[in-house]
Design a protein around this ligand. Structure first.
Ligand SMILES: [Zn+2]
Ligand SMILES: [Zn+2]
Length: 290
């Protein structure tokens, strides 16, 4: 049975994420530990680390992920941006380890016309360095892209090339369903779904699949556009999610919502309920008034 989770806000501090997840019935959590459009860093003191770890134990919400800043671009030709990107990636892995977070999901970046093969060694070296420089169990998780412009990672073959070049036991993969759809996997078609899962297993390996970003798509098939939609309200449709939630390989990984929400406030209880229903899970218990 798949675990259904969601990206939640951590406004007011990383500890607030647990209550937000509980409110919407999310059983796996993703947050931006720092504002994603900034290079800001997080410096939790010992007390903050202890409270975070305690809250994780209390709630049992240990499928907890960080999403690294969007500014990170490991494929850049600009020296200053590369230095910032390296530092930020390593920093996020460091605090993930400190806090006992399962892994850091990040977008590999854009080669801006240099070509993937040209930037691959630089990217691989950076990932390996960030992993080697950080002690602990936290995973570094590459997310597939929608493939707009020169964005890297829209094909499983490219992800495999990166993984082979890095060759590290703590490197993993996150499948974003909306990105996969606009990058060329037609999830509306049962045959294409099976083919995608096949290819994922062959190129990357299911043991490397750490998370699924469960998003419907506002953008049409093959458009390479990255626009998420609520489950069942987009171009992918509910049936594809029912199928993916039942797939033995995909459902090993937590399904994490990154959808706009019915009230445009981000992932909500309604979307969690939609995925639970499609997964054949019982509806959430009503929230207790306290
Ligand atoms: Zn995503
Ligand atoms: Zn996206």
């Amino acid at each position: 049975m798949a675990t259904i989770g969601a990206h939640v806000s951590s406004q007011g501090g990383i500890l607030t994420a647990f209550d937000r997840a509980l409110e919407i019935g999310a059983e796996a959590i993703q947050i931006h530990p720092t504002p994603p459009q900034t290079w800001r860093r997080l410096h939790p003191d010992e007390e903050a680390v202890a409270s975070f770890r305690q809250r994780m134990t209390e709630t049992g919400l240990n499928a907890f992920f960080f999403h690294a800043p969007y500014l990170i671009n490991l494929a850049t030709a600009k020296e200053a941006l590369l230095v910032q990107s390296r530092g930020s990636l390593r920093h996020h892995l460091e605090i993930a380890n400190l806090l006992g977070v399962r892994g850091v999901i990040f977008h590999p970046g854009s080669h801006k016309g240099q070509g993937f093969e040209v930037v691959l060694p630089q990217m691989a070296e950076t990932m390996r360095w960030a992993l080697d420089e950080t002690d602990g169990e936290s995973l570094l998780i590459i997310e597939n892209s929608a493939g707009s412009g020169a964005n890297i990672g829209s094909s499983f073959a490219q992800i495999r090339q990166m993984m082979e070049a890095v060759d590290h036991p703590r490197l993993r993969f996150c499948l974003d369903t909306a990105h996969a759809f606009t990058a060329g996997h037609d999830l509306r078609d049962p045959e294409a779904r099976a083919k995608m899962v096949d290819e994922l297993g062959r190129e990357i390996g299911f043991e490397r699949l750490a998370a699924i970003h469960a998003n419907d798509s506002k953008a049409v098939f093959g458009s390479n556009v990255d626009r998420h939609q609520n489950i069942g309200d987009g171009e992918i449709g509910a049936e594809a999610f029912r199928w993916m939630l039942a797939d033995a390989h995909l459902s090993q990984a937590p399904f994490i919502l990154e959808v706009p929400g019915l009230e445009h406030q981000g992932p909500d209880r309604a979307n969690v309920e939609r995925l639970r229903l499609l997964a054949g899970l019982p509806p959430l218990a009503p929230l207790l008034e306290t």
